[in-house]
Ligand binder design. Sequence first.
Ligand SMILES: Nc1ncnc2c1ncn2[C@@H]1O[C@H](COP(=O)(O)OP(=O)(O)O)[C@@H](O)[C@H]1O
Ligand SMILES: N[C@@H](CCC(=O)OP(=O)(O)O)C(=O)O
Length: 374
Amino acid sequence: MNKRPQLRQARRLVVKIGSALLTNDGRGLDEAALGQWVDQMAGLIADGVELVVVSSGAVAVGMSRLGWSRRPDQLHELQAAAAVGQMGLVQSWEAQFKRHGIHTAQILLTHDDLSDRKRYLNGRSTLRALLDVGVVPIVNENDTVVTDEIRFGDNDTLAALVTNLVEADGLIILTDQLGLFDKDPRRHADATLVTECRASDRTLDAMASGGAGVLGRGGMQTKLRAARLAARSGAFTVIAGGRIEAVLARLRQGEVVGTLLLPEQGREAARKQWIAGHLQTRGTLTLDAGAVRVLCRGGRSLLPVGVKAVAGRFRRGEMVSCVDESGREVARGLVNYDADEARAIAGRSSDRIAEVLGYVSDEEMIHRDNLVIL
Ligand SMILES: Nc1ncnc2c1ncn2[C@@H]1O[C@H](COP(=O)(O)OP(=O)(O)O)[C@@H](O)[C@H]1O
Ligand SMILES: N[C@@H](CCC(=O)OP(=O)(O)O)C(=O)O
């Protein structure tokens, strides 16, 4: 069955697993279930998919390790529980992936990390480096330092931001319900499952207005918001039941499981809109004819060697305009070096960056993923 080609074709996926599922409704970490998801994830990886896992559950696992039966109201107690629980969480992910000979990495992020452009680029480079060497990043919110997020639970949003960050094709949110229903199925026995919809469809808002489960915090509202955020970088979102037999494998085969929420536009168009519309340019790089040719062919990064001149004052992560020698703008992108550094390495081959600057943060002046050809 291949009703959903998006899933079959996906090359990079983010899978988010909520607290209610991971902790089997609060009874400690559900190792058996975690092991089964990892088996399925290993199957996806063997099928050529790059995978990022966003795992909730630190607070719930910490509570169970500390013998607390009631979720604390005090923020610092929640943070203490999360710090204890995060250990157990990553230990389990690591042990389960190890059975398949797959390495994992712990990534703890806050929303602020992703709104600061410099940290955004650094996070992105690290995640990309991990995926390049076949490691599965296990992401959670950095609960020790966040404030509101840990109270309200927002790993759905975090997962969507990670989807944007790594430019994943899709986000799979596994939860304790079979998907998004037209009303809260915990309260309405006649609720029916939505199988497919545009993420932007406003009629979904009323459906997702019910609250969260006992352990989870976000409910369907944050999942819907996450789908809309993911759609901004052209990614689809699936909300599906994590306890469905072989759920990830079946989704991968294109089977209609859970709710598929589709973006308005594809990845390339979404990226162009984001780069073109959301950021001011801070400087200009003048490219030689060879670099212009290479960039215009598409799919290539801009290397320092192709840059003839650098104008303006900009920092790593800011937007610069790329012009040809006649001053015509040919591209825009997020630059990997501060203006002074860019000036120092302009015209040089990438293997000389270390010699000139004393370090290399990236081989490219602008990575192709952060570049839009005009
Ligand atoms: N329209 C809806 N469809 C499905 N679930 C809904 C809906 N409205 C509210 N919910 C509630 O959302 C809960 C899932 O969210 P949450 O508890 O935050 O889970 P997670 O821990 O997986 O993030 C469900 O258990 C359900 O009670
Ligand atoms: N960082 C928190 C996440 C809380 C959260 O968002 O939970 P959920 O709504 O179950 O995904 C934790 O690990 O407990």
